[in-house]
Design a protein around this ligand. Structure first.
Ligand SMILES: C[S@@+](CC[C@H](N)C(=O)[O-])C[C@H]1O[C@@H](n2cnc3c(N)ncnc32)[C@H](O)[C@@H]1O
Length: 378
């Protein structure tokens, strides 16, 4: 990612800035490294950890929305606030910058509907727009192109670009009582009775590097896997060799193919179980206008397809429809494909971040944008 010099420059504490009040970013994880040393991670992982001493942690704890930058500068500015020798001024010149995002400077609180009335999500959105360098809607093809053309290697992808929960918990974690994500999933599916009888044909869509498959296999007994075919379907071909390697080593009778989940290359009524983990937000979004929605006439064939789905699923269009809004066309196509390929009584597990109210919002990630899934539309 290219960086403009402006992004690297410290903030100049002018009179206007000094008059602003300061709020600390919520949900911050502070690691206490020693009895008088604390560590924070700036939002951009390319920046070094922020290491604080007792004076620094006091500075951080005083960012409660009542104090001004001037007050903080007066109280902490000249004192060394960390083991690396930076002063309070040094920290105040950086913490509100997008790459740090440790606090917010403003004349009004960032009020809104999210997280204890703070519009932090919006703030993060702006920061992320800075990361990806792209503002606004990036087009319906953007995600498919990103996966087919821009990802050329699996190396580091899930550590830096698409940081999924399942990847984070691919190894046993105390947070999951010593289990991995895939093992927990297998236990749930078994508990739900989905292995009684066991599925004969499993399709995992968008399997990433294959850790979910590997860990499902680790949890299931040889008898529970015996005679089960495990097919990977992924739009990104560089991921498929890793999926096959991990799955076969873990005991699955696995095969893999490149394909788009929105048009499954599978025959009708042939699959017992579909697993789709943290992938729906990668599928085709469409940005529609109010005018299109009210007239039922789409400006392009893609928009028309989206409008036809809206009509078919009888989506109520509220009176205060925004002038432009996003619709999860890809996820709807996928769900409709699931109805086609699943055997009667077949099952699918779809896991993704999303909403159940309003229209989906974009989520900017390094190099690409994903879209919240509006579950009530599926
Ligand atoms: C965010 S990753 C999730 C990977 C893995 N399931 C995990 O939990 O870490 C999305 C995965 O879906 C794949 N993918 C994205 N769009 C797809 C589509 N339209 N059809 C099939 N696979 C897709 C990506 O290549 C990637 O493997």
């Amino acid at each position: 990612m290219g960086e403009t010099p402006v992004l690297q420059e410290p903030l100049s504490l002018t009179d206007d800035i000094l008059a602003l009040r300061v709020w600390r970013m919520p949900d911050m994880v502070i690691y206490q490294h020693a009895s008088d040393e604390w560590w924070l991670t700036p939002l951009d992982d390319h920046l070094p950890l922020v290491r604080l001493n007792r004076m620094g942690i006091e500075l951080l704890n005083s960012l409660d929305g009542h104090v001004t930058v001037a007050w903080l500068l007066e109280k902490y500015g000249k004192w060394v606030c960390g083991p690396d020798g930076e002063t309070g001024r040094w920290h105040l010149e950086r913490w509100s910058l997008p790459r740090y995002s440790l606090c917010y400077f403003g004349s009004e609180p960032p009020t809104g509907q999210h997280r204890s009335a703070a519009k932090w999500d919006l703030l993060l959105q702006q920061i992320r727009e800075g990361w990806s360098g792209a503002q606004g809607f990036e087009g319906a093809d953007h995600l498919a192109t990103f996966h087919r053309q821009d990802i050329t290697t699996q190396e580091g992808h899930f550590d830096q670009i698409e940081t999924t929960v399942s990847h984070l918990f691919r190894e046993p974690s105390e947070a999951l009582q010593g289990l991995t994500y895939g093992r927990v999933l297998a236990k749930h599916l078994r508990r739900l009775g989905w292995w009684n009888p066991k599925p004969r044909c499993i399709v995992e869509v968008g399997g990433g590097l294959g850790y979910v498959a590997q860990e499902l296999a680790a949890e299931l007994s040889p008898v529970e896997k015996d005679g089960v075919r495990y097919l990977f379907l992924d739009i990104t071909s560089p991921f498929i060799p890793s999926q096959l390697k991990l799955a076969r080593k873990a005991g699955w009778h696995g095969s893999g193919t490149q394909g788009n989940a929105e048009w499954l290359p599978l025959r009708d009524a042939t699959v017992d179980l579909v697993i789709d983990n943290e992938n729906l937000a990668d599928m085709t979004p469409v940005q529609l206008t109010k005018q299109e929605a009210l007239s039922g006439k789409g400006a392009t064939p893609l928009h028309q397809e989206a409008l036809d789905w809206i009509r078919r699923i009888r989506l109520p269009l509220e009176p205060d429809l925004p002038e432009e809004f996003l619709f999860n066309l890809g996820p709807i196509r996928f769900v409709s494909e699931l109805w086609r390929v699943l055997k009667p009584g077949g099952r699918a597990v779809l896991i993704e971040f999303g909403i159940d109210n309003g229209w989906p919002a974009p989520v900017k990630l390094p190099g690409h944008t994903e879209y919240e899934v509006q579950y009530t539309h599926l």
